[in-house]
Design a protein around this ligand. Structure first.
Ligand code: IPE
Ligand code: IPE
Ligand code: MG
Length: 254
């Protein structure tokens, strides 16, 4: 039996989020330039998007560029931006063929105008697709997103559109850039780093975290299957006791 066959298709995570890390070290380990790692990382993106769509995952969020990544050397930032936007544009026919809808979250104001235009075109051209939702986190940081949400809530309170007493967790959720997506159930980080790096801080509240030493350019469908199988072996308690969860499961299966 292949690894894929051991996945319980009825208990797939609806939303998987991935911190694609380790491109630079992967390249350096081979005596290459960091950008070489980013180029190879694109192959992993294709493979994982394809693998997720084949399984029937509904949402896949990929952390491609953080707000903090703007502070890298200019040469790497411009090379990486060009690669990201170029790839997204070139992949549109494949996305359409596979019924994949593209979304982008992040501070688009930081992107050059040409990149914004190309992204908007790609968003429009895939907007009718109804299969996998591919969310690219580009120039994204969770603290930026939260501050932005708070500003917009304050504006609506000032304008009388919202009463401060009506602000709930749902309200905040509606002002986040992920308002259209359910929270990730599984978060994967590659390359052996054990941190969140300003990614979906609010949305990951109850995500199962999976860390692997595999560098992103080496990450393939089989690695994704391993992460999903690991996820399916966990007991998600949401504050309750293990006994309560087992009782719930028994009732659900009776
Ligand atoms: C992840 O790889 C890609 C981005 C952050 C854009 P890195 O470029 O962070 O690679 P390492 O962590 O330096 O190896
Ligand atoms: C996080 O990776 C951002 C992305 C993968 C896009 P980094 O490599 O930038 O994170 P730190 O700096 O090691 O925490
Ligand atoms: Mg890194």
């Amino acid at each position: 039996m292949s690894l894929k066959d051991t996945i319980d298709i009825k208990r797939l995570p609806k939303h998987i989020a991935i911190i694609m890390d380790g491109n630079g070290r992967w390249a350096k380990e081979q005596g290459q330039d960091r950008l070489f790692g980013h180029f190879h990382g694109v192959e992993s993106v294709r493979n994982i998007v394809e693998g997720s769509a084949e399984l029937g995952i509904e949402y896949l969020t990929l952390y491609a560029f953080s707000t903090e990544n703007w502070d890298r050397p200019e040469y790497e930032v411009s090379g990486l931006m060009e690669l990201l936007v170029d790839t997204i544009r070139k992949e549109v026919p494949t996305l359409n063929k596979n019924n994949i809808r593209l979304h982008v979250i992040g501070d688009m104001g930081m992107l050059p105008d040409s990149a914004k235009r190309e992204l908007n075109e790609a968003l429009a051209e895939t907007s009718a697709n109804t299969g996998l939702n591919l969310v690219m986190a580009l120039s994204y940081s969770s603290r930026w997103e939260l501050v932005n949400a708070v500003k917009n809530i304050a504006k609506d309170v000032e304008a009388g559109k919202l009463a401060s007493t009506d602000i709930s967790q749902e309200t905040l959720q509606q002002y986040l850039s992920t308002s259209d997506f359910p929270d990730p159930e599984l978060m994967i980080r590659t390359s052996g780093e054990y941190r969140i790096s300003n990614f979906l801080l609010y949305q990951l509240a109850y995500a199962e975290l999976y860390f692997t030493n595999t560098r992103w350019p080496d990450f393939r469908k089989e690695n994704l299957y391993e992460a999903i199988i690991d996820f399916q072996g966990r007991e998600r308690r949401f504050g309750k006791t293990g006994d309560q969860i087992q009782q719930q499961d028994e009732i659900a299966h009776s």
